[in-house]
Design a protein around this ligand. Sequence first.
Ligand code: IPM
Ligand code: MN
Length: 344
Amino acid sequence: MKEFKLAVIGGDGIGPDVVAEGLKILDAIAKKYEVSFVKSNYNLGAGHWNRTGEALSDATLAEIAKSDAILLGAVGDPTVPNGVLERGLLLKLRFAFDQYVNLRPAKLMDGVKSPLNTQEPIDFVVIREGTEGPYVGSGGFLAQGTPREIAIEENINSRFGVERVTRYAFERALKRDKKKVTMVHKNNVQPYAGTLWTNIFNEIASEYPSITAEYLHADAAAMFMVTNPERFDVVVTDNLFGDLLTDIAAAICGGIGLASSGNINPEKKYPSMFEPVHGSAPDIAGKGIADPTATIMSVALMLDHLGLHAAASDVEAAVARDLSSRGDKKRSTVEIGDALLAQL
Ligand code: IPM
Ligand code: MN
């Protein structure tokens, strides 16, 4: 029997609840497809930080590195200073495991209401660069605490990094119907990073004559995502623009409770990590009302990444059937998980 090692990080707030439902679906799928997932639970997040003062030790990181994939719920809690868990846990994992493709599908499913009144189907995927850009944490303060305080935040982009994520986007577009890649940046105001991205985009586009290549400024892309989402197929962009655009993408497809994501190391040199786009939602934590669908769709992305394509389609189809008959029913986290299990 094929065996996969899975690191499970429920994390904070609603994280553990939605992950529990994701695992329920995963167990059923494993049985059906005769594969096995050997799970290791990592009790990381606010509780661990409050107890130990450490977000993620190098020893634990080395442990997790041995897994085939990571399923993560959410991190962030009011008891921890802003940014500590984001940088010390979430970004540490994304960076250490070279998860340079942050894959975020945006598909408006049947039965789901979009806040837009568009009749056109919405079906695109954002490939957000995951290891560079303004996220690297390079910078510093000068004269901090004085009236002349200076903050420097560096936006780091390498040819190596931009090339590989751009190529991934074009390869992805080859497998889709619209065959279009939109690169998003602000090359009119970021002449260094913007020029690097634009040059590389044009170079790679010329290798893919069957793909329509278009460039959009980030502000225009944000607007078109709301006015003409049907124009997008594959969007490739830097880490920060991608962060902003994927919240819009989630919102127009029915909200963050449905939005899945994969932090992928395509070469499989390191484990890839799958997580819902939403956060820990401390305001509804413990109430059992968080929608686990985003996590379950992230499980589907994980199955696909692990080569279990039929299993992935199976989970997606179960979610699609549930969404199409969902209506305005209010259901608990566990009830939605059970309903999806019944759809499998
Ligand atoms: C996301 C989140 C994270 C990000 C935060 C929690 C660090 O917003 O996954 O989109 O900015 O990448
Ligand atoms: Mn975000």
